[in-house]
Design a protein around this ligand. Structure first.
Ligand SMILES: Cc1cc2nc3c(=O)[nH]c(=O)nc-3n(C[C@H](O)[C@H](O)[C@H](O)COP(=O)(O)OP(=O)(O)OC[C@H]3O[C@@H](n4cnc5c(N)ncnc54)[C@H](O)[C@@H]3O)c2cc1C
Ligand code: SF4
Ligand code: SF4
Length: 428
């Protein structure tokens, strides 16, 4: 495992706390993807999801076409060839789910399709802190498995990778990292880049996340795993093997500081990593993993798993409209606070019991979450950075929120994905 040249004797160098040289970012809306630390930080202007993203152009370039209106799920999930429920027959130790993400990367290295994998490892002093690493030995990917909370400058290792002569690269990234990667891909000088994306939502700094763990459990230091499951429960695992699940609505959200979720993550417009070759998540998987295979390269990545993986059609149950409507009303009411504050304490156990039984499931759950996130984007930007709305909100986000009465107001200048103003009669 390599950190881009800092103390990297051989393949298993310990990743450093500071992943790469270069200045940390100075922008207010920034998740430190690594571009500002590169030799040409001015590229942020073209590369940033938070400045003036152009999803339609990049989707067409990466996938060969933009979202197809005849395939309604593409409005929510971006262009795709097929969506699947999936699980490895033998789940990998330490994986967030069954380990499909790191297993694909491992197969890419073992087959020689790539020379290195760019991803995150845990900081040796803090397992929840992500540290970018360039992996060349497939065995090192075992240590990268699992989810960490926070962001780290993944893309700051692109230039060191090129400097070492790496031409074929795989990148595992969250959506804000993948947007910048795709925006600059043509000028990076790699012969081939495979992109394995995961969905991402509600990220926060590693420091803030430790605060959350402390509220959640009496022994936060021994928590080894945490996941927000599709059955509306958070699963917590401890080093000693104890497992606890907590319904979403019983989480100590109201005790968190108002800025717990940074504005970046409350206003991020890409939940499902629409520019990856394959997205590996869980939201549409009803307890299994959820694959969104987006293009021919994504198919190539699935085929690397051979018969190690069980693939099934996705299911979809329930109706999301009332859940999304309630969420949107809460976000609007909370005016910058956290949406669950509006739920009275006495009602929480009842709703927590009902949610997994009557709430949307499978693809309908994923559609609901994407719509909720789209509404958050609009409402939080409107409150905190109205001047950013015109350039930051792509037309497809306005279409997602239109059924809930959220529409561009005068001056918000909605654009279509090609940058043209949307006429008033097409809004809402
Ligand atoms: C902050 C965050 C929020 C997420 N939210 C959702 C969600 O709402 N819905 C959903 O379906 N999926 C979400 N995911 C993805 C999900 O948690 C799993 O990562 C994914 O399903 C892959 O599981 P796996 O077993 O195949 O991964 P593994 O094989 O265990 O590999 C996980 C990979 O993710 C990388 N990684 C871990 N933490 C980070 C990080 N902070 N930044 C960048 N890369 C990281 C690891 O380095 C590793 O390569 C989220 C991921 C993150 C990091
Ligand atoms: S491109 Fe990356 S480093 Fe630059 S402002 Fe955006 S998130 Fe920050
Ligand atoms: S929620 Fe969006 S902005 Fe925040 S870390 Fe995830 S992809 Fe990046």
């Amino acid at each position: 495992m390599d950190d881009g040249g800092i103390g990297a004797a051989g393949r298993t160098a310990t990743p450093p706390r500071r992943a790469a040289a270069g200045e940390p970012p100075r922008r207010d809306l920034c998740t430190d993807c690594g571009i500002s630390r590169s030799s040409d930080p001015k590229r942020c202007g073209r590369a940033c999801q938070f400045i003036a993203p152009d999803y339609e152009r990049l989707e067409a370039r990466v996938h060969g076409r933009a979202r197809d209106p005849a395939r309604p799920d593409e409005l929510h999930f971006g262009p795709f060839r097929r969506m699947l429920r999936a699980a490895l027959h033998a789940p990998a130790a330490g994986a967030q789910w069954t380990g499909i993400t790191t297993r694909i990367a491992e197969r890419l290295l073992r087959t020689g399709a790539v020379e290195a994998v760019l991803t995150m490892a845990p900081d040796p002093q803090d397992r929840w802190r992500p540290v970018p690493v360039l992996v060349t030995d497939p065995a090192d990917l075992a240590r990268c498995r699992g989810m960490r909370m926070g962001y780290a400058p993944l893309l700051s290792l692109l230039e060191p990778a090129r400097a070492r002569g790496i031409a074929r690269l795989a990148v595992i990234g969250i959506p804000c990292q993948v947007y910048a990667l795709r925006a600059l891909e043509a000028e990076l000088g790699f012969e081939r880049i495979y992109v394995i994306g995961t969905p991402c939502s509600d990220n926060t700094t590693t420091e803030s996340f430790h605060g959350f763990l402390a509220l959640l459990d009496e022994a936060p230091q021994t928590i080894s795993y945490l996941e927000f499951r599709a059955d509306y429960r958070v699963e917590i695992r401890h080093d000693d093997g104890r497992v606890r699940t907590v319904p979403f609505l019983k989480l100590p959200i109201s005790k968190l500081p108002a800025d717990f979720f940074p504005l970046t993550c409350r206003t991020c417009v890409d939940y499902t990593n629409v520019l990856a070759d394959i997205t590996v998540g869980y939201m549409g998987g009803e307890g299994k993993q959820w694959l969104i295979v987006r293009n021919a390269r994504g198919e190539e990545l699935v085929s690397l798993l051979g018969d190690e993986v069980v693939l099934e059609a996705c299911g979809s149950k329930g109706a999301r409209a009332s859940a999304v409507k309630g969420f949107v009303a809460n976000v609007a009411r909370a005016a910058g606070g956290l949406p669950l504050r509006a739920m009275p304490d006495w009602a929480r156990p009842i709703v927590a019991w009902l949610q997994p039984r009557i709430g949307p499931r499978g693809l309908e759950f994923a559609r609901a979450r994407v719509e909720m996130k789209a509404a958050e984007t609009v409402l939080h930007l409107r409150r905190a950075r109205p001047q950013r709305m015109r350039t930051m909100i792509p037309a497809h986000v306005w279409r997602l929120v239109a059924p809930y009465g959220v529409a561009p107001q005068p001056g918000e200048h909605a654009r279509d994905d090609a940058g043209h103003d949307v006429p008033d009669d097409a809004r809402g």
